[in-house]
Design a binder for this molecule. Structure first.
Ligand SMILES: [Zn+2]
Length: 243
């Protein structure tokens, strides 16, 4: 059992190494996903701004047509004013001219607004596009490095797996099962050292509960795996305790 216990401790080291590698790999993937999301969000905002700009330009075209109509109306009314014969008619036409001029005034306000909207949109689009291109270049720059890092990590994980496999082949099936069951509830510490206090008492270093002397005796006998009665972890003695 002593050999098996040593192997279990080693296996625990390998498993925590593997967990660490997987965690780091996931971190790399997470940062890549975050980068890609930022890229996509910029791409979307560029498209949205382009669309907004398109509708501002359409509004501009509509305003050009509106101005032509209002100006045509104005010159038509002025021509009519030249040919009216009586005061009442001339006053009526005069009122129409004023009303049309008011409409033109409103129209020019709309033109001003359209111009400043367009200006604003052009600036916003330029800023967004520059952010988008920067992000795209940044991603393109990073990608090969990230792929390399991931490939190196995969290789590392493969190595750890191979090491684990060869180690497991030397551990009895039943013990492996017990260890595997403990992973679910007690990871990353499935196999723990017995601790000796100043006054010679023993505790489980997994849960800090005191261990009765016969438990230590059982471990020393070494004919079976001994587990902590409280937390179920597999117990082993430090080298010096063994002697
Ligand atoms: Zn315990």
């Amino acid at each position: 059992m002593k050999e098996t216990l040593k192997k279990l401790v080693e296996l625990q080291g390998i498993d925590s190494e593997k967990l660490d590698l997987k965690y780091k790999r996931q971190e790399v993937l997470n940062s890549l996903v975050a980068d890609k999301e930022e890229y996509k969000s910029l791409e979307r905002r560029v498209a949205e701004e382009k669309q907004r700009q398109q509708s501002i330009r359409e509004e501009g075209q509509r305003l050009v047509r509106e101005q032509a109509q209002l100006e045509a109306r104005d010159s038509e009314l002025r021509k009519r004013l030249d040919i009216v014969r009586n005061t009442a008619e001339s006053q009526a036409v005069g009122r129409e001219i004023v009303a049309n001029e008011n409409k033109l005034q409103e129209h020019f306000e709309k033109v001003d607004r359209q111009h400043s909207d367009l200006e604003e949109s052009l600036q916003r689009l330029a800023a967004l596009q520059s952010q988008f291109f920067t992000k795209r270049a940044e991603l393109a720059d990073k990608m090969p490095g990230i792929k390399q890092t991931l490939a190196a990590m995969d290789k590392e994980i493969e190595k750890v797996d191979a090491k684990r496999k060869s180690l497991c082949s030397g551990i009895p099936q039943a013990v492996m099962q017990q260890y595997t069951d403990l992973i679910r509830t007690r990871a990353p510490y499935m196999v723990v050292e017995v601790q000796t206090t100043g006054d010679g008492d023993h505790t489980c270093s997994g849960c800090n509960i005191g261990l009765p002397p016969q438990v230590i005796g059982d471990i020393m006998k070494g004919d079976q795996l001994v587990c902590c009665e409280n937390c179920g972890r597999i117990l082993y003695l430090a080298e010096k305790e063994e002697k």
